[in-house]
Design a binder for this molecule. Sequence first.
Ligand SMILES: CC(=O)N[C@H]1[C@@H](OP(=O)(O)OP(=O)(O)OC[C@H]2O[C@@H](n3ccc(=O)[nH]c3=O)[C@H](O)[C@@H]2O)O[C@H](CO)[C@@H](O)[C@@H]1O
Length: 358
Amino acid sequence: MAKILLTGGGTAGHVTANLALLGELREKHTIYYMGSKDGIEKELAEKAGLPYFGISTGKLRRYFSLRNLTDPFRVIGGFFQARKQIQAWKIDLVFSKGGFVAVPVIFAAASLGIPIICHESDFTPGLANKLTIPFTKKICCNFQETVSLLPKGKAVCTGAPIREELLQGSREEGLSLCSFSGEKPVLMVIGGSLGSVAINTAVRENIESLGQNYDIIHICGKKNEDKSLSDLAYYRQFPYVNEELADLYQAADFVISRAGANVIYEILALKKPNILIPLPKKASRGDQILNAESFSAQGFSVVLPQEELEENPAVLPDCLEKLHENKEKYIKAMEASKERDGRKNVLAVIQSVLDGKS
Ligand SMILES: CC(=O)N[C@H]1[C@@H](OP(=O)(O)OP(=O)(O)OC[C@H]2O[C@@H](n3ccc(=O)[nH]c3=O)[C@H](O)[C@@H]2O)O[C@H](CO)[C@@H](O)[C@@H]1O
């Protein structure tokens, strides 16, 4: 039995893949979580019943902020806090899902000679993972193409670890959660773990025309609900969902989503015809654009650039109509995809590092 420390956070995507591994990991090992003092990782890890330790962390901002000057000191503080706690917990292995909160944790583990595995879920490696690659034994990737962008021998394509329970929802439960009859097709809109103002706006601007043909589940992000639309029988808003997500996914016939690396693999595993609206370059390093392009090239998804949507919100119902007409083509492509069991593969990598074979 080993003591394994999970880390990663900032957004849910950097936590849910960790939680996907929990069931099996817990059967054999003792699991701990380390992240920021107040991030979403704290909420989700504690909800999963994990011992949690919060450290001071910085944030990677692509814009000017005075906090960019103080954050390096917070990260250094976080390094020493992490080091002390890793020693106290007597950790044998660190598994990181990335995000800037993981950086001091990995540096601390590396300074203690503890083996580290990280998981890169995006098409191109994020900065946090890039910074820590020299200290990792193995890098697990969602996309095959990512392997060639990383040091030879370290990177392995495992696929995405998906929470098992997400694949076991009930359509009836999902419909009943929304009070939908199931007579109309159901459209689910999910704007990433934080919600997306651009997607929310486009959906709401088209709400009447969308509502003529679909019942709509809208996961809109915390504090992004529009109370003025609460009375519409065909429209249900959720700020963030936990256990309910599995049932809502099952209820959905079509999905409109950001192109976060976790959510798209969940949509693929569930074979839902989908439109991806990736986070644009002005707000990110463009990772979601590449994720979405890869899915589109494989015939799984329709990509709708946010710029097009902002210019003309009416493209959304048009795009959905085309997806609807061609849904069989997309379902077929997803069914034919060579799916990897990300959970099983990542667990095998963890075990081989624990056994000293990697
Ligand atoms: C703004 C930002 O930095 N986005 C990044 C972040 O996205 P983000 O955190 O949004 O990541 P993903 O879309 O990859 O994952 C979101 C996860 O949250 C879950 N979920 C979402 C909503 C909800 O109500 N309940 C719930 O459980 C989804 O099922 C999924 O497992 O990490 C991804 C993975 O590195 C990157 O590809 C994204 O570019």
